[in-house]
Write a protein that binds this ligand. Sequence first.
Ligand SMILES: Cc1ncc(COP(=O)(O)O)c(C=O)c1O
Length: 489
Amino acid sequence: MEKLVSGNFEAEVYSRETGVRDIIEDKLVNNSDREDSDDAFFIGDIGDLVAKQKKWLTHLPRVEPFYAVKCNPDPVILKVLAALKTGFDCASKAEIQAVLNLGVHPSRIIFANPCKQKSHIRFAAEKGVSMMTLDNEAELYKVKQIFPKPNWCYVMLTDDSSAQCQLGIKFGCHTKHTPFLLDKAKELELNVIGVSFHVGSGCRDARTFGEAIQDAKDTMDRGKRLGFQMNLLDIGGGYPGQASANIPFERFCEVINEALAEHFPPGCGTRIIAEPGRFYVASAFTLAVNVTTKRVVARDLQTFKVPESEDLVSNSVAPDRCEEPAFMYYVNDGVYGSFNCLLYDHATVEPALLKERDDCVPTFSTSIWGPSCDGLDRIMEHCLLPELEVGEWIVFQDMGAYTMCAGSEFNGFKRPICYYVIPETLVPVIQNLFPDDNTYACYTCKESTHLAPYSPTRAIPIARSPSIIDSDDFTLYSCSPPITVGAEF
Ligand SMILES: Cc1ncc(COP(=O)(O)O)c(C=O)c1O
């Protein structure tokens, strides 16, 4: 494969014919970046990220994206998004610093954590990050002391009962407390600039956006009556980012655009922003893990209907309870690492096999376990897979959101490294994104193997190819006009 090297990052360039499988297979051969060749690794597709930006701008042209850094603070992701002129939603001092380090203007940052540490507020003030969110009285007093004139965005509670991760149990001001909080802000002479809400991360009901936008309009009207400017609407995050999402992003956009047209029509003077996280990154990352150990168990043991006196290990050699064996596979990333999303993000993941099989091969009840010595470290309780061998690779797609950022090195297992790839059609776009960077060089890696064309015959497909960008028209990808806030508020 060819490599695009810039002062900002290195990425390998893939062609239209290349599939995820091909890239992973290449990395099994060209593995010198990994400490050990059987270490787990990510493939990060910058093409997919840039395609998401185009999708956002196409379907939500009135809504400025402020990427939620918490979702995946990978430096390459941040660099590309900064170059695409998105804004950023930061939750902490470190996130603000990471974004500022990329040369992002403070006006392109919203400090969107309603409950902030004092020193972080001080830091934001020093750096000129003045857009913040609030949802409680104590925060008003605290900020008044430290940073008397921030541009506050009031966080409204929404119905997030259908979301994958509910945030309303922790954040958001109930509408019955709105008058009190806005009055208090008035009394403290704070500058409330608008309303923010979050329908819950991984929203599963697009209609909640419609209802929330309507409620936000009511709250903004109330704020205006109190004399606040109220010309910012922040519709938060919650948009799907996986290729396999049940409700497509477009459906959310229909509801949002309709509600905006009704309550905030063009020309109304309200600036509309959002804080998408998983939308941008979920599908951009694919994780390949290695099967380190295999255990065969009787199927009735696998499903844990085991009498207390027996254990899995003593029955692991020769299954004798059930005609059909079940398999336990141990892989080298788990819930203490990238699969923490199973616990924290309530995610579900789907394994695919790198090694192809005929459709007719038998499948068996299978569980997949992480590498640590903790029984909690289970990735899949049950799935049907053909029999695997130790050393095989299992692939998980849609692994970019709330995965690598919250993983630990518990038990000494290192986090997987990431290989970044871009489609060849994106090279001109990347060169446009970093115009001041003169260090671009496109060269062929000497050790690279020829990538075999994608073969569609497999028992468990890794069907998707990385995104192909079909145009090098840079204007399709960049937030335009570039976001400039300070002037408006
Ligand atoms: C304040 C805030 N904004 C944005 C997001 C991003 O949400 P999502 O990844 O669902 O778009 C989150 C996620 O928890 C959040 O807490």
